[in-house]
Design a protein around this ligand. Sequence first.
Ligand code: SF4
Length: 451
Amino acid sequence: MNVSDPKPRRLHIVTHGCQMNVYDSARMADVLRPLGYATVDTPEGADMVIMNTCHIRERAADKVFSALGRLRDLKEAGGGGMMIAVTGCVAQAEGEVILKRAPYVDLVVGPQAYHRLPELIAQAHRTRGSVIDTDFPAEQKFDFLPDAAAPQGVIANLTIQEGCDKFCSFCVVPYTRGAEASRPAGSVIAEARRMVALGAREIVLLGQNVNAYHGEGPDGRHWGLARLLEALAEIPGVRRLRYTTSHPADMSDELIAAHGENPALMPFLHLPVQSGSDRMLAAMNRRHKADDFRRIVGRLRDLRPDMAFTSDFIVGHPGETEADFAATMALVRETGFALAYSFKYSPRPGTPAAALPQLDEAVKDARLYELQAELRRQQDAFNAATVGLTTPVLFTGAGRYPGQVAGRSLYAQPVVVESDTDLTGEVRTVTITHANPNSLLGSLQKEKIAA
Ligand code: SF4
């Protein structure tokens, strides 16, 4: 195959993991579009399948290999013409191992090399062999990726920062995504403008450690996240801004103040604390204490009493005692979360905590069960408390059933109302009438909130 051949080609992308992978998958589709690749929903008959992987979950690599086995069958059934690429964090972490265990894979590409996909594909065709690129090059991939071409809808993700220098004991990100790097503010602002032109009204800024953002500003100075959010809020058409994922140690005074000053910034923050025990936070190399988290939450609630929080927790990290776990439960009860993600610690090869003596699985299971029961209770209580409230909703499109439209609350909860009018992109006031476990029902009020 000649890569300059304009013949249309079918591209299927399987995306695992976080929103940053969702964003990267869209960028890879943009990179490959000029080569004639158009995305399709299934791998059957595809000319190229990209498996964009995540290394966070337990046995991530095993799951990738079993999915690759199914793709090999499809590739063989189609005469071998299908190109298979593995990208994302498993590609970065496993590298050569993927080609040894799955020699039918054509490309293994780390997250820093997506802009080089066309040249890597050409190389694989030229050599009729497999190609691997998992370098952390000095150049930033952001500078080489094309502009976002496909509209993401009313809510658009925008990656502004990648990598992490924190080296938490349990996390593979510093090894798979490399050192912290921030995009220049001018390029973020330009991309946000294009997103708005394509229909976006809410922009979610993404980064592994997004509040460590320190991109070069158009004025030649380094901009922190608060300054960037201020500039983004000034773009006509931007109604809402969010950012994720944050680290408590990087919640600067300016960023905290922005929550009281920037009207586009939603009163909803994902701030992973991981544990309520200082002993465990030190063992996890988290660089903050439980009281630092409490202080940040308190200051934000002082500035915005309607502020709500989500978080991440790890239970059963090596060395965690009953007293440590009790401290986590105390912090959870005291804070009150709108939503939280909790995980049982599982060792990631190559990370420091993986080499330590591990807790009994039954102990971890029992603690996770107790934590999740409390978090579920808090989530239900948070959703139930919205019933009767009249609140702004950003509408994103049609609901699941005819005569329904769907949108998002200030807290990103899905909201469904009855309406025959297309409200896509509008912010309207809605009175919440019912709370389901994962969505809210409401009735539309007459008042329209001006753009
Ligand atoms: S701050 Fe987040 S991304 Fe960085 S090492 Fe810790 S858990 Fe991983």
